[in-house]
Ligand binder design. Structure first.
Ligand code: NAD
Length: 251
């Protein structure tokens, strides 16, 4: 590991009055959840068309006739446990080193790890809702209906069609995205962990930050604008950075 970069990141976090973390699928690969683009990732398992809101709205019967393997995979994600990286971020929030976490992930692992201020800008897998009346239901209930051949799955209240409450391509982002934008505009440092930064509009957030740091296994097209880029695994990198912060605090 590049010790000089680790030290520079630790110093930047200690000296920043407000640091916000932005995470992507890469922080959860260490919890056993594949990301999108790596070999063996979600793109190689499921048709990207199944992540498209237009297909869901225009042809729900087609969407649900194909979606069961993906829905069952999503259901399994709900059983995942936080990785050391999620736990370190929760500790960092408790200690006032970071203010909040903005995540593109739908796995709820930051809240499971104990992070309090989390903006889940792509939703999560706890709920489903009716596309007509908006009534919420448990995500597992939607999966059970599809499994039982109820295609498309219907709302018990109004007979409308149910959908997962996660953001699909083409969906509008939830209201919390506006709050996330304000958080980034007001921070001194954006710390990006485990994201290819290829998904819009989240990938506009680095442009709004005064300065940003990237901790990611692979290179991204945002590297040249970053204050520091550390190409390491999230768990390994964060552990070293956190240790370095502790040393700086006891000096
Ligand atoms: P992505 O798949 O496009 O990129 C993931 C990045 O993480 C890659 O650049 C890869 O190099 C890096 N990475 C992989 N393992 C890593 C590790 N152990 N440590 C550090 N970096 C690692 O993911 P994205 O940028 O988050 O965008 C994809 C979209 O996919 C998001 O919108 C998200 O909602 C969704 N998604 C979510 C989950 C989840 O909830 N866990 C999983 C897959 C996809």
């Amino acid at each position: 590991m590049d010790r000089e970069k680790v030290l520079k990141i630790a110093e930047a976090i200690v000296n920043s009055k407000k640091t916000i973390v932005l995470t992507g699928a890469g922080i959860s690969t260490e919890s056993g959840i594949p990301d999108f683009r790596s070999p063996g990732g979600i793109w190689t398992r499921f048709d990207p068309a199944l992540m498209d809101a237009d297909i869901l709205y225009q042809n729900p019967s087609y969407f649900y006739s194909k979606a069961l393997p993906m829905l069952e995979f999503f259901k399994d994600i709900n059983n995942a446990r936080p990785s050391p990286a999620h736990l370190i971020l929760a500790d960092m929030e408790r200690e006032g080193l970071i203010s909040s976490v903005i995540t593109q992930n739908i796995d709820s692992l930051h809240t499971k790890a104990g992070s309090k201020k989390v903006y889940e800008v792509h939703g999560n897998l706890k709920e489903a809702h009716c596309m007509s009346c908006g009534k919420k239901t448990d995500f597992n209930c939607l999966v059970e209906k599809v499994k039982a051949g109820n295609i498309p799955p219907e709302c018990d209240s109004c007979g409308g069609i149910l959908r997962p409450s996660v953001i699909l391509f083409g969906d509008r982002l939830p209201e919390c995205f506006a709050s996330a934008v304000e958080e980034v505009k007001s921070c001194e440092l954006l710390f990006i962990i485990g994201s290819s930064l290829e998904v819009a509009p989240v990938n506009s957030l680095p442009y709004l930050a005064r300065s940003y740091i990237i901790l990611n296994r692979d290179r991204t097209s945002y590297d040249k604008g970053a204050y520091i880029v550390l190409n390491e695994k999230a768990g390994d990198g964060l552990k070293e950075i956190y240790n370095e912060i502790k040393k700086l605090q006891t000096k």
